[in-house]
Write a protein that binds this ligand. Structure first.
Ligand code: C2E
Ligand code: MG
Ligand code: MG
Length: 688
């Protein structure tokens, strides 16, 4: 059997059997050597027997003493080793005992932990079960995103919500992300990022997820990041709630509150909000902002004559027209009735703003065809500029309304930028407009007639109808004093219609009375000429009055014709096709290009009366008059000279073959009763 070497704390190896053998052997050798040699030495050294015997005894004692010491030393050493060993063993035993106790305690602890674990597991199982039941019973869908590996645990409920089967969608973050509405991606990713960076306590956002059928579901997503021991987010978990219904009703409420149901444009509340924001931004960027107030002209007529359905449809079309015109430069809103508001936030120099407004006005210069009916409508625009005309919504809008009024007073179908003197101006014009309107309603007008004479033989060939306003307070008001204003206010349209009707009626009446046929000239103002239904209006009045169209001459000024040459050519052609003749009035005062004369299909040219004044004294005027006559004749046009007051003038004109003449020399414009004498005479005596 192997006996292990023992070290009893001495540091050396202790082998008991070998040691005992060695000590015994040494003792035997030394003892034997002692017995052999000590006796011999003693025998040699001592001859005396007694001495020898004594020394033998001392030697014996010595031997016994030495042996005794040696035995004592050996036993003592062993004893000490034994004591050390026992002590060591005792110590080890104590340690062992402590370790055992510890072990026992650990075991007990482990047992306890195991018990607890078992209980926890059971609780966990119960909780999981309850959780599952709760999740299944609740509306929320739970998600759990493992940030490191990108897997996302979507409860099948979310997938079902989107119309997918469980296995149709991979449980991955990027798959979920691919379902996000493109408009929501940046915002949602930003929210997640902010939360993961610890900037928000909870993650909560709303977004749209694409369902299998391509529609989008609104989701309210809430969650929270789970951090590792270093504070780095490792997971994020939370819930999805389907809020599509809520969103739809919210949208509906939002739309009802902020959008006009008729046009789909932002309403007044929204317009104010947008304007508020736009002002804030403009202030921040030190930019300008234009606010336009649009009001349809005579919209009431559309409603009254064509019905509210057509009116509504027109407003809808106007809304979409404005919307299209403002892409990228501004926002249009329907402020109610026939009023629209526009914010131009991309344009900040006056020229660009004016161009845009002109573009808007032009967009109305077309026939609107609604439910088969074709009609025209114009718009008046008032404009204010932030910050020049006001720094807050209230002032800006108030001034824009003032500007639109001013545009209305100035004849509609035009625009006005706000100016501080506008209010006073408007008041004056409004007063005049009111009086003039009153005059129209109460028929305070009458026509005077001025004869037109054939300069060759002095025969009366026609009469020019010239309007007079008979104001109860101010008496007869000259057309020079109110026609320009009637033009501005648009009142020229009803006035012009009345003049035409009255002149035609009068012409027919004179014929009926037995006077010989005579042509009647009616002045058509620029504004009137631009009316898209001018030809129809003339056609209907001529039909209504029964005038022979050969006896109707319409006078348009040169500047009116040149405003839109192509349009003028078309209208004049149409009129001529109807049998009506056209005269170019006040020729020589405007652009007077003889080139245009060639293009315009008119019958007469009327040399403006300003030439008559100096025709005798001023060489240039004389030459111009001669050239006009000559050229007109080449173009086969008849020439009428206006404002002939003297015989010299008449003679000059006659000598230069001017066809017709008109002026105080023959007669001032006269009321119908007085002009009848001239008609019945039918001829003027000429100087020669
Ligand atoms: P007009 O068409 O050039 O008419 C001729 C104007 O010259 C008339 O002024 C007439 O009275 C004036 N006149 C005629 N002979 C003489 C003359 O020998 N010497 C001077 N100094 N003047 C003469 P009236 O009637 O005051 O009309 C002024 C303008 O008002 C007209 O110029 C025409 O442009 C406009 N007007 C007149 N009646 C109407 C109308 O019914 N409708 C429109 N749209 N305009 C009208
Ligand atoms: Mg005239
Ligand atoms: Mg004239």
């Amino acid at each position: 059997m192997h006996v292990p070497e023992r070290n009893y704390g001495t540091g050396m190896n202790f082998k008991p059997r070998k040691l005992a053998m060695r000590i015994t052997m040494i003792y035997l050798v030394i003892g034997s050597l002692w017995i052999i040699f000590s006796d011999r030495i003693l025998l040699n050294m001592v001859a005396d027997t007694y001495m020898l015997a004594t020394l033998e005894t001392i030697k014996g004692w010595f031997y016994v003493l030495i042996s005794g010491f040696m035995i004592y030393g050996l036993v003592r050493r062993d004893e000490m080793i034994y004591e050390d060993a026992v002590e060591e063993i005792f110590k080890n035993y104590q340690e062992l005992e402590a370790t055992y106790e510890e072990l026992a305690a650990t075991e007990e602890e482990l047992e306890q932990q195991y018990d607890t674990l078992e209980k926890s597991e059971e609780t966990l199982r119960e909780i999981e079960e309850r959780y599952r039941l709760a999740v299944d019973g609740a509306n929320d869908c739970i998600w759990d995103w493992d940030i490191k590996n990108g897997s996302i645990y979507l409860f099948s409920r979310t997938k079902r919500l989107l119309g997918y089967e469980e296995e149709e969608l991979e449980d991955r973050f990027d798959v979920w992300k691919s379902l996000l509405h493109p408009d929501d991606v940046d915002r949602v990713m930003g929210e997640i990022d902010r939360h993961l960076k610890g900037l928000t306590l909870y993650y909560e956002t709303e977004y749209r997820l694409r369902a299998k059928d391509g529609t989008y579901k609104w989701i309210l997503s809430r969650g929270k990041a789970i951090l590792d021991e270093n504070g780095i987010p490792v997971r994020m978990a939370g819930s999805h709630l389907d809020i599509t219904d809520r969103k739809e009703s919210e949208d509906k409420i939002f739309e009802l509150t902020y959008f006009d149901s008729l046009t789909g444009l932002p309403n007044r509340i929204m317009f104010d909000e947008i304007l508020k924001e736009a002002i804030k931004l403009a202030k921040l960027r030190n930019q300008k902002l234009a606010i336009l107030y649009l009001d349809l002209d005579e919209f009431k007529n559309v409603n009254d004559s064509m019905g509210h359905d057509v009116g509504d449809e027109l407003l809808r079309e106007v809304g979409s027209t404005l919307n299209n015109l403002l892409t990228n430069v501004g926002t249009a809103a329907h402020l109610g009735g026939d009023e629209f508001g526009i914010i131009l936030n991309q344009l900040d120099n006056l020229e660009d703003i004016s161009n845009k407004i002109e573009q808007i006005l032009k967009a109305f210069h077309k026939p609107w065809i609604i439910r088969g009916a074709e009609f025209y409508i114009t718009v008046s625009v008032g404009a204010t500029i932030y910050p020049n005309d006001g720094e807050d919504i209230f002032t800006l809008l108030k001034n824009a309304v003032l500007a639109v009024y001013s545009a209305k007073v100035n004849g509609k179908d035009c625009y006005q930028f706000f100016s501080p003197g506008m209010r006073e101006n408007i008041n004056k014009k409004m007063d005049m407009a009111l009086r003039l309107r009153h005059a129209v309603e109460n028929n305070q007008f009458c026509l005077y007639y001025q004869p037109q004479i054939n300069l060759v033989n002095g025969q009366l060939i026609g009469l020019e109808a010239l309007i007079r306003w008979i104001d109860p307070d101010q008496g007869i008001i000259s057309p020079k004093d109110f026609i320009p204003f009637a033009e501005e206010t648009g009142l020229i349209v009803p006035i012009g219609e009345w003049v035409l009707r009255e002149a035609c009626r009068q012409n027919v009446e004179w014929l009926d009375k037995g006077y010989r046929p005579i042509s009647i000239s009616v002045n058509i103002s620029a504004r009137q000429f631009q009316q898209r239904d001018l030809v129809e209006m003339i056609e209907s009045i001529t039909k209504e009055t029964g005038i022979d169209r050969r006896y109707l001459v319409l006078e348009i000024t040169e500047s009116t014709a040149l405003r839109d040459l192509d349009y003028a050519i078309d209208v004049i052609k149409e009129l001529k096709d109807m049998g009506i003749r056209v005269a170019l009035d006040d020729f020589g005062t405007g652009y007077s290009s003889l080139n245009y004369l060639k293009l315009l299909p008119v019958n007469f040219v009327k040399i403006d009366q300003t030439f008559m004044r100096d025709i005798i004294s001023n060489n240039t005027d004389r030459e111009i008059a001669k050239t006009i006559i000559c050229l007109s004749h080449k173009l086969k046009l008849r020439v009428t000279a206006e404002g002939i007051e003297t015989e010299d003038q008449l003679l000059f004109l006659k000598n230069h073959h001017c066809d017709h003449g008109q002026g105080y020399f023959f007669s001032k414009p006269l009321p119908p009763a007085e002009i009848e004498d001239i008609i019945s005479k039918g001829i003027f005596s000429m100087p020669y």
